[in-house]
Design a protein around this ligand. Structure first.
Ligand code: BES
Ligand code: ZN
Length: 616
């Protein structure tokens, strides 16, 4: 019997494996609920002839279960936090190894569903309501019963009924008018999609709203609200196909046929989410300057690391995000030159330092491989798997030399395509690839695998190429030493700078921002036009600097931003700092915008604001 490698699922996936999933769901905007049924094709994988199927569910109303067309005995266990309620289905007889069963389950989501964002027309900035799913890490179980682990991959058929257009993480095959049932809105259609490449449950996704599409490349569309379409197209069309061809040269041809981007309403809690066929992205990347398209290079890279080759549990999440950050930066280097790779890595290193400081340098979650037994993977989320993972892969590249390492990349993605793996399989694959190459083996012998995998805190700091950031460092030290050295800030200090250079400058200023007084932060703002920026990375960082300096002129604008953006990367640190500066405004802002946020964001900010000290 294969072992269960994922501690964050209640399913018995060591007895049965989902090989195909058919989902029939109707979107009910008025009732804010999804209902319908799912058919899981489950294959027995043990000689133990198990008589029980255990599936993950969370805050889900289960109405009916049929095995091979016959009603069967089932019960929902009581909730076990943070994993939900196991759905236990009893079989009349055991199933032979290799045999399959079709299990059909009728369900409806509930108000507590953690995977669905529902927006009023006003929140969607539209005349229509909007809804979207967000399943990573363990929220798919809140939409349909499944083996909610990245260690299990299934092909999918989607049949989604909605009064508004639908996109999904499968290729569209057909759309049909449906006769409105009693109470259903007119204009309701059935949207069909298929996903023939097996995917883990966390990549199941669909969204519905007043969505229109425009072409941004030969294999790519962007989808967003009709008013936002032209700007979204302009932002992405220049880079889309270049990104695709670049990564195809690094790894191998793109496997998913289409690569499309859905721009979500502002409450979307992430920068991007790599749903196959349709990457989801925050509207903050449509900044009018094409300066945030790296998010798309990142999500596109997940088409290889994460979507084709997946970590087998969230304990090995770095295999998804570290590899993706690595590939994203290789795209940047190939398109804009090597210094751009380190430019981005330097920003990443600062984020890594911040995460280590936030958790504490001996914290479990600062390791590359983490122990998530009994834990919620959302609580472990930070820059560490991204940046420690990136640093590790870059270190391996340096040890082996670029030519050897470049040959390993397609080998790794070919070996594990359509599968899930842990860090030990990654290590074994690397060692065996270079087995008969004495120079490479010698280099790999020197790698301290245990330290990289299990040592908490920062890894050794790489030698970065600082050619693009030296000017940013110089400027920030002028601000730091303003009291003792003469310095008159001028607009030309930052003239011609890329937004990321301002980001590096502000990241540095943040380190001494506590010592600044508000006349300085206000001067910085007016001279450099920092709040004129349509770039959320710049704006959020400026507010963080000013909040640290207790500059009360930014308290209200910060509160306003917190009512307009739901991306956690900005929302969580801004709440933390606003709460330190003006606790009652922070609490009041959160209460006012509670419904605007996605449930995952709402839950985490709530923890940040009200459970301090109770952190994992
Ligand atoms: N897969 C992640 C987002 C995610 C992680 C969602 C964990 C839920 C749980 C996505 O690929 C990502 O890394 N997004 C980043 C983008 C960035 C690194 C360019 C983000 O949201 O900031
Ligand atoms: Zn990612």
């Amino acid at each position: 019997m294969p072992a269960i490698r994922d501690p964050n699922t209640l399913s018995n996936y060591n007895h049965f494996l989902t090989t195909h999933t058919v989902v029939r769901l109707a979107v009910n905007f008025d009732g804010r609920k999804i209902s319908g049924d799912v058919v899981l094709k489950l294959k027995s994988i043990t000689d133990a002839a198990s008589k029980e199927i255990v599936l993950d569910t969370s805050y889900l109303a289960v109405e009916d279960v049929a095995v091979e067309g016959r009603n069967s005995k089932w019960r929902l266990s009581s909730r076990s936090e943070p994993y939900g309620s196991a759905l236990r289905i009893t079989l009349d007889e055991g199933v032979d190894n290799g045999a399959t069963l079709n299990v059909k389950i009728s369900i409806a989501t509930t108000e507590e569903c953690t995977a669905l964002g529902w927006m009023t027309p006003a929140q969607a900035r539209s005349e229509h309501p909007y809804m979207y799913t967000q399943c990573q890490a363990i929220h798919a179980r809140s939409i349909f019963p499944c083996q909610d682990t990245p260690d299990v991959k299934s092909t999918f058929e989607f049949y989604i009924t909605s009064p508004l257009p639908v996109i999904a993480s499968g290729l569209p095959t057909d759309t049909q008018e449906v006769q409105p049932e009693h109470g259903a809105s007119t204009g309701t259609k059935l949207y069909k999609f298929v996903q023939d490449i097996p995917i883990p449950s966390y990549l199941f996704a669909f969204a519905s709203g007043d969505i229109e599409k425009a072409r941004i490349g030969p294999r790519s569309l962007v989808a967003t609200g009709p008013k936002e379409l032209a700007a979204a197209k302009w932002e992405l069309e220049e880079s889309m196909e270049n990104f695709m061809q670049t990564i195809e040269n690094i790894v191998f041809p793109y496997a998913w046929e289409q690569y499309n981007v859905l721009i979500l309403p502002p409450s979307f809690p992430y920068g991007g989410m790599e749903n196959p066929v349709y990457t989801y992205a925050t509207p903050t990347i449509i900044s009018g300057d094409r300066e945030n398209v790296d998010v798309i290079a990142h999500e596109l890279s997940h088409s290889y690391s994460g979507n084709l080759v997946s970590c087998c549990s969230w304990e090995h999440f770095w295999l998804n995000e570290g590899w993706t950050t690595y590939l994203e930066r290789r795209i940047q280097a190939a398109l804009h030159g090597e210094p751009h790779r380190d430019f981005s890595a330097i920003i990443g290193w600062t984020a890594l330092q911040d995460s280590v400081t936030q958790f504490g340098e001996t914290h479990e979650f600062t390791k590359l491989i983490i122990d998530l037994t009994g834990k919620d993977p959302d609580d472990a989320f930070s820059s560490i798997p991204y940046e420690k993972g990136y640093t590790f892969l870059s270190y391996l590249e340096g040890q082996l030399g670029k030519d050897r390492w470049n040959r390993f990349i397609p080998h790794y993605f070919t070996t594990f395509a359509r599968r899930s793996l842990d860090s030990y399989e990654f290590k074994a694959n690397l060692l065996s690839f270079f087995e008969s190459d004495p120079i490479a083996s010698g280099a790999l012998n020197k790698v301290d695998w245990d330290a990289w995998f299990y040592k908490p805190g920062l890894p050794p700091k790489p030698n970065f190429d600082t050619s693009l950031v030296d000017v940013c460092y110089e400027l920030s030290s002028k601000w730091e030493n303003m009291g003792s050295e003469k310095f008159e800030p001028k607009a030309q200090d930052v003239r011609g700078w890329a937004a990321d250079q301002i980001v590096v400058f502000l990241d540095n200023v943040q380190k001494f921002a506590q010592k600044l007084d508000k006349s300085k932060t206000q001067l910085m703002r007016s001279v450099y036009g920092l709040t004129d920026s349509g770039n959320a990375e710049v704006l959020a960082r400026y507010y963080m600097v000013a909040l640290k300096a207790k500059d009360d002129s930014v308290y209200e604008p910060t509160a306003k931003l917190l009512g307009n953006v739901g991306r956690m990367k900005f929302v969580r640190p801004l709440y933390r700092l606003l709460s330190e500066a003006d606790r009652s405004l922070a609490v009041e802002t959160f209460e006012k915008n509670r419904d605007f946020y996605h449930p995952i964001c709402r839950g985490l900010v709530e923890k940040d604001l009200f459970d301090v000290g109770k952190k994992t």
